[in-house]
Design a protein around this ligand. Structure first.
Ligand SMILES: [Zn+2]
Ligand SMILES: [Zn+2]
Length: 174
């Protein structure tokens, strides 16, 4: 056996930054209208959509993402993954679409696409009253000191807080 390893040309620091900057730019072209339409939320939804899609923001990269809760066979909505909200997703949403989730709905342990997940003993994401949005735990310390995304700048010790969740209205399946 040869102990050889495959050597790949190393990406320079500048090239890596440029690649990341372009990726962030592309994602920032994400649907501003959707985010605007997110509030004010409409009343509790009456029908049963195929999924509840909860809008969140990333504390680390200041980008919008979706926590996806598809409907199960028994009618419950259970978290199964997240994705960055991008321009190409826009056709799937009604622009006017946002609604309040029913009281019985429960958020799960979520993971932001940046890699940050809900810490043990907590659920969903952090509600930030300054930017009035849900933000990932990407800049929260292990002792629970929260830092919001750069465009907001809020920070402080996490507190118990209950705020009704909202979801974006899907155009899919209609
Ligand atoms: Zn994040
Ligand atoms: Zn904030």
């Amino acid at each position: 056996m040869s102990g050889e390893i495959i050597k790949r040309p190393r990406e320079t620091h500048e090239a890596a930054i440029e690649r990341w900057r372009r990726a962030v730019e592309a994602r920032n072209a994400s649907p501003v209208e959707i985010i605007r339409a997110y509030r004010p939320a409409q009343p509790v939804i009456q029908e049963a959509p195929i999924a509840h899609q909860l809008l969140r923001f990333c504390a680390l990269f200041d980008l919008a993402w979706i926590a996806n809760y598809p409907r199960q066979l028994n009618g419950d909505y259970v978290y199964n993954g997240s994705f960055w909200l991008e321009k190409r997703h826009e056709p799937h949403y009604r622009l006017e679409g946002a609604y309040t989730l029913p009281r019985g709905f429960k958020v799960g342990s979520e993971q932001c696409p940046c890699g940050a997940h809900t810490p043990l003993g907590k659920l969903g994401c952090v509600w930030c009253p300054r930017c009035t949005s849900r933000v990932c735990f990407g800049r929260t310390t292990p002792s629970g000191y929260f830092q919001c995304r750069e465009s907001c700048g809020n920070h402080g010790q996490l507190q118990e807080y209950s705020e009704r969740e909202f979801a974006l209205k899907l155009r899919l399946g209609r």
